[in-house]
Write a protein that binds this ligand. Structure first.
Ligand code: SF4
Ligand code: SF4
Length: 431
């Protein structure tokens, strides 16, 4: 089968401190859960409970407040013992309800009740997905409610692209989810297509995981919607929207298909959509990859949303040595964590604790003109020149084309903050 890759730049990103992706471990249930009122970039939900109240597993405890806000649910039963705020890197703050677990679970360990959805109108599916607070479970966590507002305005043909592209080893949790919840990912894709609506599903799968792609496609045959498989390269940032669209357009041309507008979603989001519509269940847990050189036993875990990062690390045997940096996400695009009481959220796909050796030098030196940043830029920009122009107060020129993949910054031997500086300047240009 043809393997489609974006034409230039990119890096092969490997990391030996990522947990093995052969299986997921179900984590313990935390005594204290910290449930943030904003688990996406956007507006915090309005709390519906107060300190002292008792809540049930899956109960609505925060109501979305308009655009870029999502409903929030209790992930364990218990008593709300306090409300907390904490500061996140970048100066933003978040608020959360702290629940002390007690009482019985409504869903955990109980037989699952399936609700038929095949005859539902798209608006009813959209309502359920919104009601259960589903957000895109990566990146900025855009609420699906906002996605539907955008989709409902589209009149042209559309294809749903299921992005199973593992160009970053820190996506191990997505891989485990695909293997362990394959039927839910496929059925979630069909539900999303009907709710969207998309008239075709394309499974975009890393060529190294061809077997997974074949299984996804075989499972999709049980559903009455055209589906196909495209194998893509595993060079980072292949899963990035721009690079993925490039290969999908090449595939469309070669295969003589008409994909129309491309609507891209990851497997974790699609499994959550499945749970909302067929099981009437909010996102109670998620798979995360826990690793880094400071972690004793790296592993992929299924963790309740609201579990504190300190508890997740303890479950992995703690630290071999005091970490220098703790972050959520991949080292390429991750966000530094300032407080170990910060919880796992709907968008947290990896948590890592890194020793000094894995971070490298932190002091930026002068550019040595090696040109590495130009070689890896998939957009064809000249990060060295752009960086110097921005720092010199001159016009940032083509910075607006930067999509912040971070490749230039990763390879820069002088550790210059290329990506962050160029992306920021590009956004300012657009503002
Ligand atoms: S300039 Fe932007 S697009 Fe190019 S490598 Fe750097 S971060 Fe990626
Ligand atoms: S990679 Fe860094 S040191 Fe090399 S040319 Fe680019 S900015 Fe300069």
């Amino acid at each position: 089968m043809t393997v489609y890759s974006f034409p230039r730049g990119g890096i092969h990103f490997e990391d030996a401190t990522v947990p093995a992706k052969d299986a997921g471990v179900i984590a313990f249930l935390p005594v204290l859960s910290v449930i943030p009122l904003a688990q996406q970039t956007g507006t915090k939900a309005q709390p519906l409970v107060s300190v002292g109240d008792y809540v049930k597993e899956g109960m609505l405890i925060g109501r979305a407040r308009g655009p870029l806000s999502a409903n929030v649910h209790a992930t364990v039963p218990g008593q709300v013992v306090r409300m907390v705020s904490w500061e996140m890197a970048g100066g933003n703050s978040n608020d959360a309800l702290v629940i002390r677990m007690e009482g019985s679970f409504e869903k955990l360990g109980k037989p699952e009740v399936r609700y038929p959805w095949e005859q539902m109108m798209p608006s009813e599916m959209q309502r359920l997905i919104t009601e259960y607070g589903i957000v895109e479970m990566e990146g900025e966590g855009r609420p699906l409610a906002d996605v539907f507002v955008a989709l409902n305005a589209v009149q042209e043909p559309m294809s749903l692209v299921v992005r199973c592209v593992f160009d970053d080893p820190w996506l191990a949790a997505d891989y485990v989810l695909c293997r362990e919840r394959l039927k839910a990912v496929v059925e979630g894709s069909v539900i999303m297509s009907r709710a969207g609506p998309a008239s075709r599903i394309v499974y975009a799968v890393s060529h190294k995981e061809q077997e997974l792609g074949t299984l996804l496609l075989a499972e999709s045959k049980s559903w009455d919607i055209p589906a196909s498989l495209i194998l893509v390269g595993s060079r980072y940032p292949q899963r990035n929207r721009r690079e993925l669209e490039l290969v999908l357009r090449a595939y469309e041309k070669k295969e003589g298909l008409e994909l129309g507008r491309l609507f891209i979603q990851g497997p974790a989001t699609l499994a959550a959509i499945h749970d909302a519509v067929t099981l009437r269940k909010p996102i109670l847990d998620r798979y995360i990859a826990v690793g880094g050189s400071a972690i004793k036993t790296p592993q992929v875990m299924k963790v309740r949303i609201g579990t504190r990062i300190r508890d997740v690390f303890a479950e992995c045997g703690g630290f071999v040595k005091e970490p220098r940096r703790i972050a959520i996400g991949s080292p390429l695009l991750g966000r530094t964590v300032l407080d170990l009481d910060e919880p796992v959220m709907k968008t947290s796909y990896a948590v890592m604790a890194l020793l000094k050796g894995q971070i490298g030098g932190t002091v930026a030196r002068s550019c040595i003109g090696c040109g590495e940043c130009r070689i890896v830029c998939p957009v064809g920009l000249d990060p060295e020149t752009l960086f110097k122009r921005i720092k010199g107060g001159r016009h940032a020129g083509t910075a607006g084309a930067c999509h912040g993949c971070g490749c230039c910054e990763v390879v820069c031997p002088s550790r210059l903050p290329l990506s962050t500086t160029i992306l920021q300047a590009g956004e300012n240009n657009h503002a």
